[in-house]
Design a protein around this ligand. Structure first.
Ligand code: KG4
Ligand code: ZN
Length: 330
């Protein structure tokens, strides 16, 4: 058994997991801060950092206790070192440094995006490099050619909002509250995706990138006319977003050349409509399709521990003065 302890605290989930390099999630805990942030309609960085600071140590204790292992039995401690809300990242990273120092275990500093990017390999032992990755979360919307651990070629990114952010803002416009993505998805089930004419920003563009700000503004304007039900708006928004994803993937695939697999990761990958559309696109292009189980899509520590497992053979350990990075492109 080769165990890595993972710590995630870059946004509003406090998470700890112990993962074996053989892909077993030995123990894990996730504490959502949804209730703390809901009254503000979004994540408040100061509240997030305080909540991580209160919860993390007992959660680490619980995970190690449940697994019946001591920290010194672990091959490494892996912590998200960015990108994300800096206060929260610092809480997780400093905790990991203290554990690493006290137990003489190496520290691995993980890029949160790399955690998402490699998470499909935790769930799917047959998923080999390279793969075309659509990374869609609250803070990021990218297409990457994943060629190996640490080898990521960015083919597209968003020029304004991330897709998860657009889901969250649409939810806010429709009065659904925070967090918005799952609520928009649920309401969209009752709506007609063709009911509201909405723009598909950058569709067919020669540029590779995404843009969702105009779509969100169009949802706001359509909502303000009072002519459409919230369900029709949710369904039409979701469909417009999916059309954009597929169009941009076509562009990226032309750019990357043939890829054996399409993989989706990040919080928006939890959306069933999105997954189905991507799976259809993959099959139409003779690609395999892989998406992590829903619990591995949104922020969690198993993906951070797994990224640590993947990095272990590289032997690139972080010094104890490794700085937390609020911005850290892959
Ligand atoms: O990966 P994640 O948990 O955190 C970041 O690293 O950003 O992604 C969170 C984002 C939020 O914007 C949330 O609304 C979105 O993922 N999300 C969804 C769904 N579940 C989560 N968006 C659409 N449909 C969902 N079912
Ligand atoms: Zn994330």
């Amino acid at each position: 058994m080769t165990l890595v302890l993972g710590i995630e605290s870059s946004c509003d989930e406090t998470a700890v997991a112990l993962v074996d390099t053989d892909r077993t999630i030995v123990a894990q805990r996730i504490a959502s801060q949804e209730a703390e942030h809901a009254p503000y309609g979004g994540v408040v960085p100061e509240i997030a950092a305080r909540a991580h600071a209160e919860r993390l140590a007992p959660m680490i204790e619980a995970v190690l206790g449940e697994a019946g292992v001591k920290l010194g039995d672990c091959a490494a401690v892996a912590a998200t070192a960015g990108p994300g809300l800096i206060g929260g990242v610092m809480v997780g990273l400093v905790s990991a440094k203290a554990l690493a120092m006290a137990s003489d275990v190496p520290l691995i500093a993980i890029n949160h995006l790399e955690g998402h990017a490699l998470s499909p390999r935790l769930a799917d032992p047959d998923l080999e490099f390279p793969y075309l990755l659509l990374l869609v979360s609250g803070g990021h919307c990218q297409i990457l050619a994943v060629e190996g651990v640490g080898q990521y070629r960015r083919l597209a990114t968003t020029i304004d909002d991330a897709l998860g952010e657009a889901f969250d803002k649409t939810a806010k416009i429709l009065g659904l509250g925070y967090p918005g993505g799952p609520k928009v998805e649920k309401l969209a089930l009752e709506g007609d995706p063709t009911a509201v004419p909405l723009p598909r920003p950058l569709l067919g563009s020669k540029e590779p990138h995404f843009s969702f700000a105009g779509l969100k503004s169009a949802v706001l304007r359509a909502h303000e006319t009072g002519e459409h039900s919230a369900a029709d708006l949710a369904a039409s928004f979701q469909q417009a977003a999916i059309d954009c994803l597929i169009d941009r993937l076509k562009h990226a695939l032309a750019e990357s050349g043939a890829m054996p697999n399409l993989v989706v990761a990040g919080g928006v990958a939890a959306n069933r409509r999105v997954r189905t559309a991507l799976e259809d696109f993959a099959h139409a292009n003779a690609m395999g399709f892989s998406a992590p189980p829903l619990a591995l899509c949104t922020d969690n520590a198993a993906m951070i521990a797994w990224a640590g497992c993947e990095r272990l053979p590289l032997g690139e350990f972080a010094p104890l003065d490794f700085a937390a990075k609020p911005r850290w492109p892959l």
